[in-house]
Write a protein that binds this ligand. Sequence first.
Ligand code: B1M
Length: 211
Amino acid sequence: MLIDEISQNLQKGRAKPLLALVEQALSEDIAADTILNDGLLSAMGVVGEKFKNNEVFVPEVLRSARAMNQALELLKPYLTGNSANTIGKAVIGTVKGDQHDIGKNLVAMMLIGAGFEVIDLGANVEAEAFVQAVREHEPAVLGLSALLTTTMGQQKVVIEAIKEAGLRDKVKIMVGGAPVTQEFAQKIGADAFSADAGSAAATAKDLVVGA
Ligand code: B1M
């Protein structure tokens, strides 16, 4: 089955056949959501499990991650739709010391789909770069992603830097990433936490509409 082949090729980090299969699935009218959830995200879950158990190592995981990001680019037009009205700007990035960008990229796509103009600062972003981006773009929402227990504390560093710059009351701050919890978000003074990309878009919208 096509979705299984997509999953297998992503697990093995084979970008070329993976992209061809994703294109084939789209041309066969398989929903982008199905390709994403059943083909790509579940495969990254398998890679993550193998990584944890020392069955695969950083180079293999990196190959899968690169293939995943390329596949997401293919899905982007289908996931973001063409929302006519912009409801506000969102600045997003993965915090300093953290290279993980797949989840952040997915959240960015969902925000675009929800009608945000997204300024994506990338991964391994210094607190000061977030401050500068908030000053320059005046976004309604600032999104901070962290995938490591060793980098989630950087979300607090960014929030403190935003406070020190006198910008805290000008922007709503949303945090997320695998080790981040609602409790942690509250503790560090974020306005919101989201566990996944779909709810991140809905939460960001609520933050803006409810503001
Ligand atoms: Co890394 N890594 N990694 N890794 N890696 C994890 C996170 C890990 C859980 C693997 C494991 O041990 N099972 C583990 C962290 C353990 C911990 O901290 N407790 C780990 C480790 C240890 C490391 C290194 C330290 C390994 C090493 O070098 N020894 C190293 C650190 C490098 C660094 O960042 N400084 C490292 C490196 C890497 C690669 C570079 C090889 C690669 C990243 C490449 C890239 O992103 N371009 C990588 C990968 C791919 C993973 C796993 C396998 C997959 C992550 C992923 O993309 N998932 C991961 C294991 C796992 O998660 N199962 C792992 C898919 C993605 C869609 O999900 O990112 O969770 P996720 O995003 C979700 C939600 O979290 C949420 O929505 C997203 C979509 O639903 N979300 C938000 C994310 N950000 C959000 C922001 C929001 C809201 C929601 O608001 C703003």
